[in-house]
Design a protein around this ligand. Structure first.
Ligand code: APR
Length: 308
């Protein structure tokens, strides 16, 4: 198993570290445009492996030669959000970066599975799919696992229970656009609606939607990376170990949920082939409306981009 991470910034480097610590690959390649950064971080991580006792070769590079024959490519390259910036503000810069990262990666690893992390997430995942020409099951956007984790954390904080017992599901676009399925949100099997009043749940949903911005407002010079990298690694693990976990991911819909040609978060089964199934839940009219509204916002941005 060889995993390439494009973008050796906060998200990319933390993801590499988690993959190495969990020995999810034999080889990890970090690629970045800044000279010295991927080399330095990569070597530093490699030098930790005799202590942590894992056999993972780590390479840092500014080119793509060393990425050849990767099984998974994780694209985190881009500019991160600053206070006051929306994910869409990142659009044009990150569009160019993701196009380049995709083209150069797939040239060396035509059979890889691509996981996209760069924001605006659903649009960048679509970009990687479109530019790569890959089948849709090999291009996956990371968003729902992170949004769900934030929601689960806030619920656990509110009820003073273990995060492990909180189960939640979100659909739709990343962050501000997410569609939480409160009906499917439970604590040890007990529906959340029996444990918290509606207004409280709405407050937690709002905090989850703004979860990325909350971290940006604290950090000021960057955006979240501990929870995002953990979310990426949960997806990677399901693929590497063929666990077939059901996780909310951004994928290309072709008729599912009545949507076409758009990347949006839905529950999928992740295994060694990538997306092995798209799970279609029965939605209420209200949920369906929210999902469609979120998808149409993503589509509008996609339509504004020039792919040729
Ligand atoms: N090729 C390779 N790496 C690039 C390129 C490129 N063309 N352009 C930028 N990079 C690198 C930067 O040099 C930097 O090291 O991408 C890295 C991004 O790292 P950070 O600025 O630390 O950003 P990070 O917090 O990791 O977020 C990356 O993930 O969650 C999203 O919104 C976030 O889009 C952002 C991405």
């Amino acid at each position: 198993m060889k995993i390439t991470i494009v973008g050796a910034g906060n998200v990319g480097a933390t993801t590499a570290q988690r993959i190495i610590d969990n020995e999810l690959a034999n080889e990890v390649v970090l690629v970045d445009i800044v000279e010295g950064i991927p080399q330095g971080k990569g070597l530093d991580m490699y030098e930790a492996t005799p202590i942590t006792g894992v056999d993972v070769k780590v390479i840092g590079t500014n080119g793509y030669e060393e990425t050849a024959n990767s099984d998974i490519i994780i694209i985190t390259a881009g500019v991160a959000r600053k206070p006051g910036m929306s994910r869409e503000d990142l659009l044009n810069t990150n569009f160019g970066i993701v196009k380049e990262a995709t083209l150069k990666s797939i040239e060396k690893s035509p059979n890889a599975i691509i996981i996209v992390v760069t924001n605006p997430l659903d649009v960048m995942a679509y970009t990687a799919w479109r530019i790569s020409g890959f089948e849709r099951h090999r291009v996956i956007g990371m968003a729902g696992v992170l949004d769900t984790a934030r929601f689960r954390t806030f619920i656990a904080m509110e009820l003073n229970v273990s995060v492990e017992d909180v189960y939640a599901f979100v659909l739709g676009g990343h962050g501000d656009d997410m569609v939480p399925l409160v009906r499917y949100t439970t604590v040890a099997g007990i529906p959340i609606s029996e444990l918290l009043p509606k207004e409280k749940i709405e407050q937690l949903v709002k905090r989850t939607r703004e979860g990325g911005a909350e971290i940006v407002s604290y950090l000021k010079t960057g955006s979240a990376y501990y929870a995002p990298s953990a979310a990426i690694v949960e997806m990677v693990e399901s693929i590497v170990k063929d666990k077939k976990r059901i996780l909310p991911c951004s994928v290309l819909l072709q008729g599912e949920y009545g949507l076409n040609d758009v990347f949006v978060g839905v529950p999928v089964k992740l295994g060694k082939k990538g997306v092995e199934e798209i799970i279609e839940l029965k939605l209420t009219d209200e949920e369906k409306q929210a999902l469609h509204a979120s998808a149409s916002r993503v589509k509008k941005i996609i339509d504004s981009l020039k792919f040729d």
